[in-house]
Design a binder for this molecule. Structure first.
Ligand code: COI
Length: 354
């Protein structure tokens, strides 16, 4: 499929790398493509970043039929640009799409479009350590209709944002809050899809967590409110004794690409990694008997985020004395080294753009 290009009249000023936070600044161009049952995916185009005009009855605004992904492009020391595991993200986008009754994308075509967009915007990619270009591919339902059904038409777009650390804490440990009053998703629902509704469902409890001075919510399973699932914007890992333990993919949590990278990296170092059910009570017991060594989250935006404090049913526990643990630090350094091209990539995770 040909990709049309429309040049912007005026380009924006770039922010300083050192001033970058997360998700507030967007580049000059975006990729757009439309879907209709008659034409399939069509009208692929790179054009100036700008508002999407839509009818107030557009289905995505009413029923939340939307999916998205998050991945990153990195500038290496030698000036080349590479993507981290883009095919895994695009595969998951199609998996989410199937769950939300959306038409599949041609993965190869989308990767080509993504590379073309990143190439055009290469000067937006920051180079300070810890910074990157965050990529947000999104599909939304575009039928102007307020009856409840899946849409017949869709818009796929990709926007780009130069970013620094996701959390204001940077790589300092965050505090997480466990709730038994709210759930994020249940098995059989859409918890494994990267869809807007899962994030909307997390907002109320997250506000409560913020009021209590916590950064994020650690979700428990939606049936027994006993087993650990994930944190709002990342998967979660526990170092218990000499085992790295993470909740199994139980059909309600997101199968994180960074989660999988952590598992593969840790196994390659000879560590024992276990994916299984973990109850919150077990974590408190491990803390009390001294075997809980570290807790950290993993995600594209968050990368590796150490957890320094957990609060559950009014009891707060401190992890690794609120310091960054050695496993989280090693994973963070090694992942970043692969992503920025300063270390060999024996896993074949990086994909060159230029
Ligand atoms: C990501 O890590 O890329 C995500 O999509 C999480 C989002 C809440 C920022």
């Amino acid at each position: 499929m040909e990709i049309a290009f429309t040049k912007a009249d005026k380009l924006k000023d770039h922010p300083e790398d050192s001033a970058l936070g997360f998700g507030t600044c967007f580049t000059d161009y975006m990729f757009n493509m439309d879907y209709s049952p008659e034409k399939g995916w069509h009208n692929a185009r790179i054009e100036p970043y700008g508002p999407i005009q839509m009818d107030p009855s557009t289905m995505v605004l009413h029923y939340g039929q939307s999916i998205f992904e998050g991945l990153k492009a990195y500038k290496t020391k030698s000036g080349t640009i590479q993507l981290f595991r883009p095919n895994d993200n695009l595969q998951r986008l199609n998996r989410s799409g199937r769950m939300l009754c959306m038409p599949e994308l041609d993965q190869k075509m989308v990767l080509k479009a993504l590379k073309e967009l990143v190439k055009i915007e290469k000067d937006w990619i920051p180079s300070e350590p810890g910074t990157s270009l965050y990529i947000r591919p999104t599909i939304i339902a575009t039928d102007p209709y307020v009856g409840l059904r899946s849409s017949h038409t869709y818009r796929f777009f990709i926007i780009l944002s130069p970013v620094g650390a996701y959390y204001p804490e940077g790589f300092d440990p965050v505090k997480i809050w466990v709730t038994t009053d709210h759930v994020r998703a249940v098995r059989g629902g859409v918890g494994t899809a990267k869809t807007a509704g899962n994030y909307a469902a997390s907002l109320f409890a997250t506000e409560l967590a913020h009021k209590e001075g916590y950064t994020q919510v650690l979700w428990l399973d939606g049936v027994e409110l006993k087993y650990i699932e994930e944190v709002g914007s990342m998967n979660i890992f526990f170092m218990i004794g000499d085992e790295l333990v993470t909740p199994e993919l139980n059909r309600s949590i997101l199968a994180g690409v960074t989660r999988d990278s952590v598992i593969q990296l840790a196994k390659s170092w000879g560590m024992k990694v276990v994916e299984r059910k973990i109850s919150i009570d077990e974590i408190y017991e491990a803390h009390d008997n001294g075997t809980l060594k570290e807790v950290f989250g993993s995600g594209t935006a968050a990368v590796i985020s150490p957890v320094g404090m957990i609060k559950f049913k009014g009891r707060e526990i401190s992890i690794a004395d609120g310091e960054v643990g050695p496993v989280a630090a090693k994973l963070f350094n090694e992942l970043m080294a692969i992503q920025y091209g300063s270390s060999e990539d024996p896993f074949g995770w990086t994909v060159p753009v230029i």
